[in-house]
Design a protein around this ligand. Structure first.
Ligand code: URA
Length: 211
């Protein structure tokens, strides 16, 4: 098993590699690579940094980030226990939605971050991050559900920015968020019970229930 120190070193190396890659889009914004426990069981993946994240070089530090912190505290965790990042690691101008080519360019770095951290659960925040893992998923239909992806579980969640705009969304996000510690705790037994899976079908990912 790779130690946290070694994972930290590998993540730093990956961030350096990303900085050195002059082909990456959005190069005029600052890099927001991600932060948190390099051996976290849970990774939160947002869409792309916003104004405050770009300024501080840290993910989820603006209003949506404050709500994310509150939700993390609400399930008895600390922000430092988990790992937080984005699929696109530089801010798009005026916080516009990321372009397809930007998602494509940054996704391999997310994939390598995940490989290094080797979590049990990934919680994509919002549809852009969710659709990287589960291309056919719809956020209103699939948020809060559990899907196998490789050997880990994906639990798509509403983006906290959406929850700031709607109390209904906030309620659903809070309910789904409460599944994270339960799924983390049950993860090893879920993995043991998982049927030896033929080919993974990304259009129809295997779904499980918490009960
Ligand atoms: N929204 C995101 O998707 N990511 C951040 O880091 C901040 C806001």
């Amino acid at each position: 098993m790779t130690s946290s120190k070694e994972k930290e070193r590998l993540l730093r190396e990956l961030a350096d590699e990303l900085v050195a890659n002059k082909k990456m889009p959005l190069a005029s914004s600052n890099l927001v690579f991600g932060e948190g426990n390099p051996s976290a069981s849970v990774i939160f993946v947002g869409e792309a940094p916003g104004f405050y994240e770009d300024r501080e070089g840290r993910p989820f530090v603006g209003r949506a980030g404050k709500l994310l912190d509150k939700l993390i505290d609400g399930v008895g965790w600390n922000r430092a226990d988990v790992y937080i990042t984005n699929i696109v690691k530089r801010r798009p101008p005026e916080n516009r939605d990321p372009f397809h080519e930007e998602l494509e360019a940054y996704a391999p770095y997310l994939s390598r971050q995940i490989e290094i951290i080797d979590p049990k659960i990934i919680a994509p925040l919002g549809r852009f991050a969710m659709n990287y893992f589960i291309p056919m998923a719809k956020i209103s239909r699939d948020q809060g559900k559990l899907f196998w992806w490789r050997n880990l579980l994906i639990i798509p969640l509403y983006h906290p920015a959406a929850a700031l705009r709607s109390t209904e969304v906030l309620k659903k996000l809070t309910v789904s968020f409460a599944k994270l510690p339960i799924a983390t705790e049950k993860f090893d037994s879920f993995l043991k019970e998982r049927l030896p899976n033929e080919e993974e079908d990304e259009n129809e990912p295997e779904q499980i229930s918490l009960l």
